[in-house]
Write a protein that binds this ligand. Sequence first.
Ligand code: PMP
Length: 460
Amino acid sequence: MTTATRSTAEWQSADSRHFLHPFTDFKGLAKKGARIIERAENIYLWDSEGHKILDAMSGLWCVNVGYGQQSLIDAATRQMQELPFYNAFFQTATPPAIELAEVLAEISPPQFQHVFFTSSGSEGNDTVVRMVRRYWDVLGQPARQIIIGRNNGYHGSTMAGASLGGMSGMHAQGGLPIPNISHIEQPHWFELGGTQSREEFGITAARWLEDKILALGPERVAAFIGEPVQGAGGVIVPPSTYWPEIQRICDKYGVLLVSDEVICGFGRTGNWFGCETLGSKPDLMTFAKGVSSGYIPLGGVMVGERVAKVLIEQGGEFNHGFTYSGHPTACAVALANIKLLREQDVVRKVREDLGPYLAQRFAELNEHPLVGETQSCGMMAAVQLVKDKAARQCFDGALEVGMMCRAHCFANGLIMRAVGDRMIVAPPLVMTRAQIDEMMALIKRCLDLTLAQLKELGQL
Ligand code: PMP
């Protein structure tokens, strides 16, 4: 049977009988039926009912070059014909994996000359945990076991990834976090900043790391991990003072700094990596998503010289790796993706043109009665929906205002994500200004519809 021959109802029925979706209430979805996405081009998707949808989330923060890029498709086809797979265990390597490692070293900050490949961001962060602890073992400081993450941070859904993250709902299932993971509060000025200016609050929030290191004992702390801009947590852009102060604190106590670049990497913030935009000099960087624009699963860890030197010169065997570490087809697609980003000067355009334009257009939303704050960084942005702007008062959570707004987005041909009452976008980096205008018109319309609905419900 060819896929195009089934109706939406038939797809939904087969889906609910057999497919358990990630982060989903299975019973609820079975009642409602999944939305079936059948094809895509540039920044648009089409569902099985023929609706055209503007994908303001780049799939899941990953399709940075948009859909239908022929050079990526050709790279996969060519590599599959030549050598679809070979492993990198047993002292072997393939040309695409070697070339991609070379290119990643070129585009990363200068301290990064080595890479460890995985197939996803979660596996990348599992690798970070193993590697960081191994580093301190080799250095003769095995007590340095603890990795500090942040509440409302997201680092994936494997046992280690979910543990590093600070999502309480995830910790509640499966006995997480694993031992020797600790968390501090997030740098979320809107929620936690009180009467401090953003900049003052950035220092306060970074000092929570110092307090935690001192409370645990610096001799027990291995590393700190954070996303330059929290993505899944709600596109929370920290104050400009935050990351430089985090860097100072990590340096002071010799703690390794890990930048989770799974969302921020590959141009999203207007530089190749988010740490360059937000001002830190990490020892390790996790990446995935944008490395291959999501056309094929690929992830990994960039390993800075401080760690690489110890592992290479003194380490012996590192007992860690995956069947698909350095998968040649995935690496070939990533090479084509990075080539495209370079040839079209995408990262500079995000920094100098599209990012500032998106910021300007989002700032205009502050006029809207429902909007308490807007934030943006490169090609990611958030709108915080509030009951009372001046008092920074949020709606009752039970109202699920974010979900209300998201339903209007769906109905109006826009994919925008709701994180609580924060509406977020991370559109493809190859958008035009006209497409940003088109997206903003849809966002504005959906905010108006949400406002009208709240008034009808007597909530405003
Ligand atoms: N880290 C961050 C910052 C992420 O946003 C994600 C995924 N959204 C991950 C790690 C996990 O990546 P994956 O889903 O590919 O395992």
